[in-house]
Ligand binder design. Structure first.
Ligand code: GRG
Length: 253
C-alpha cells in the first residue's frame, strides 16, 4: 500500500479537493482526510487496473507495478486495503457535522461504485460501451468530479448554488481523459512513468483512436474552455482551480 501510494503521482484529486475548499473560503487543512481518501481510492484503482487480468502493465509512477514487486495476491489485497482505509480515514478523521461528512463520503463512494469507476471499468473490460464519453465519465470522470463534489457536500452546499461547480467538475473529468489519451500516444515514457502506447496495444477505444489526434486536441481545447467558463460562473476564490484546469490541459505527464 505504501509502495504504490508514496511512489509519487500528480495528486490531482486531493489537490482539487483542497482547491475547492479554498474556493469556498474554507481552511484547506480541514478537508485533508477527505482529500487523502480520494488519493487512496485512486491508487487502489491503479493497482487493480495494472493486474495481469486487467491491463497487465509493468510500470506505474516510474516503478515496477505493485504485482510485479509483491505478487498478484498481495497487490489485490493492497488495492482492497486502500479502499477500506479510505473509508476509515473519512469516518475516523474528517471533522464536520456528521450529516455533512456522511454526505461527502457518499459522494465519493458513489463515484467509486458501479455507478462510477467500477461501472466504467466494467464497460471497458467487457466492451459494452456504445459511447466512449459515457465510459470515461464513469471510469475516471466521476472520481475527479467527486474531488470537487465531496467538498461541496462537506460545506452543506446543494443545488442550485453549486450547479456551476458541478458543471466544472464534470467537464474537468472529460478534459483529463482526453489529455490522457493524447499523452498515451504523444507522451514520453520516462516522464509519464508508465508505458506509452498502452491503450493501442490493448485495442482500447480512446479519444485518439475514435477521433484522431488533431480532433482530440480540438476536443481538449473545447472542454478546457467549457470548464473555465463554468468556473467563471461559479464565483468564489477560484484562482487555484483555474490553475489546475490549465495544468490538466497542458500537462506532459
Ligand atoms: C480497477 C475498479 C478499477 C478501476 C480502474 C481509473 C481506472 C479504473 C484505471 C486507470 C486506468 C487508466 C490509466 C486510466 C486513464 C486515466 C487515469 C486514471 C490515469 C491515471 O491517473 P493520473 O494521471 O495518475 O492522475 P497519477 O499517477 O498522476 O496519480
Amino acid at each position: 500500500m505504501r509502495y504504490s501510494l508514496l511512489a509519487g503521482g500528480k495528486r490531482i484529486r486531493p489537490v482539487l479537493a483542497l482547491a475547492t475548499a479554498e474556493a469556498l473560503g474554507q481552511d484547506t487543512d480541514e478537508v485533508m482526510p477527505l482529500a487523502a481518501a480520494l488519493e487512496l481510492i485512486h491508487t487502489y484503482s491503479l493497482i487493480h487496473d495494472d493486474l495481469p487480468a486487467m491491463d497487465d502493465d509493468e510500470l506505474r509512477r516510474g516503478r515496477p507495478t505493485c504485482h510485479v514487486r509483491f505478487g498478484e495476491d498481495v497487490a489485490i489485497l493492497a488495492g482492497d486495503g486502500l479502499f477500506a482505509e479510505a473509508m476509515r480515514l473519512v469516518l475516523e478523521r474528517q471533522h464536520g457535522d456528521p450529516e455533512r461528512v456522511l454526505a461527502a463520503l457518499h459522494e465519493i463512494v458513489d463515484a467509486a461504485a458501479v455507478s462510477g469507476m467500477v461501472g466504467g471499468q466494467y464497460m471497458d473490460v467487457a466492451e459494452t460501451a456504445a459511447d466512449i464519453r459515457h465510459l470515461h465519465e464513469l471510469k475516471t470522470g466521476r472520481l475527479i468530479g467527486a474531488s470537487v463534489g465531496s467538498v461541496l457536500m462537506l460545506n452543506g452546499l446543494g443545488e442550485p448554488a453549486t450547479i456551476s461547480y458541478r458543471r466544472f467538475a464534470a467537464e474537468l473529468g472529460v478534459l483529463f481523459q482526453i489529455v490522457d489519451d493524447i499523452l498515451d500516444v504523444t507522451g514520453d515514457e520516462e516522464a509519464l512513468g508508465k508505458p506509452q502506447g498502452s491503450d493501442e496495444r490493448h485495442g482500447k477505444r480512446t479519444y485518439v483512436s475514435v477521433f484522431g489526434l488533431d480532433r482530440a486536441r480540438e476536443l481538449a481545447a473545447e472542454s478546457h474552455r467549457k470548464a473555465r467558463t463554468a468556473l467563471d460562473e461559479a464565483g468564489g476564490h477560484t484562482a487555484r482551480l483555474e490553475q489546475i484546469t490549465d495544468y490538466i490541459l497542458t500537462r506532459q505527464t
